[in-house]
Design a protein around this ligand. Sequence first.
Ligand code: GDP
Length: 183
Amino acid sequence: MEEDGEEEVEEYLFKVVIIGDSAVGKSNLLSRYARNEFNLHSKATIGVEFQTQSMDIDGKDVKAQIWDTAGQERFRAVTSAYYRGAFGALLVYDISRRSTFHSVSRWLQELNTHSDTTIAKMLVGNKCDLANIREVSVEEGKALAEAEGLFFMETSALDSTNVKTAFEIVIKEIYNNVSRKIL
Ligand code: GDP
């Protein structure tokens, strides 16, 4: 029976985690996506933080609860609680710092240890506005993503390039994975 003509909108809530070396731009990617803000000087806030962001997919209200390590990785490995229940992950490196690209395999290993291997994963080469001091080519990023079965995108939290697209691809993939299992 319909209740007073109110339409029921199906709701989904998925957890997404952002991982990667310190200072690759994780916090800024999240603040750019969730609040359209960018901070030139990163805050050394310790403790996990998340933001919830909604998007409409096929008339459904799909909410992503996106977690940021907020500096935990500076001191030790990110705790397993951080990964618990995640349906998607963004693995971020900085295209102007090769060492952060080398770390991706370690982050991927950690992610695979603590989460379901079927979760939606994207490799994100951030700071693509710094092309003049680039240390990792687009081709290298693509090749690693292909080898590991990840989506790939270069982004800039500074000038907004691909930030929304990167998050939305991951969230849509999660939605598709979940609906396929339901059907
Ligand atoms: P996190 O430690 O991975 O969360 O990194 P932050 O988001 O705190 O960013 C670290 C530093 O990189 C800060 O000084 C940011 O202003 C800078 N940064 C973040 N994203 C970008 C970007 O896309 N382009 C440029 N040029 N700088 C960025």
